[in-house]
Design a protein around this ligand. Sequence first.
Ligand code: DX5
Ligand code: ZN
Length: 227
Amino acid sequence: MIIAPSLLAGDFGKLSAEAKRAERAGGDWLHLDVMDGHFVPNITFGPDVVKTLRAQVKMFFDVHLMCSRPEILLEPFVDAGADQIIIHSELDDKVPELIWKVKSMDCRVGLAINPPAVVEAAEPHLDQLDLLLVMTVNPGFGGQSFIRECLPKIQQAWDWRQNRGLGYRIEVDGGVTAKTAPDCAKMGADAFVSGTGLFGKRNMKAAVKKLRESVEQNRRLTLAAAG
Ligand code: DX5
Ligand code: ZN
């Protein structure tokens, strides 16, 4: 199970120190939310910031692009040290080419689906993906409430993976805490992004541990075939 603290909830006045705090706390991936003020009504940071952080921490960089024109950003983020780039299914016709481009740079690729979208929007791309991100809030801001209606999408993503013998991870992002994560784990999620729920805690190490335990105890297991 992957725990991915989201730096969006960190103190923007000391991002390197916050990234190190997430690493020391035992986070597996650092989730980096890139917002362009167009795809979502908020702006965060670009490749130069990611490059600066790359020099400070060894964590796997999970870069979530909430941008209308990701095609101009893929190479800069890979060069900056992204280990995985997530693009949004809402980009429709652009998606196949974006996936191909990320993979061609030897970077892992994820596809995100927003709460209003059906999970079937991701279906044509599943065999290309390293990760499917089921958004559990409408993207743009941290600290929003978890949208429970998204849970069945996780279950469907897990069923497809199982039935088709695929290997993508299933990540959830938005309002994920030790209270909401167990239900995601039961449905089949195995990567958990959490911003406010981790960075907002004085003892982040204890918060990571609590979140990890809450999902480990509820992981969805594959039943061995009878006989
Ligand atoms: C929301 C971002 C999330 C955000 C989650 O648009 O994609 O990664 O940081 O924050 P919390 O965990 O506070 O909901
Ligand atoms: Zn995110």
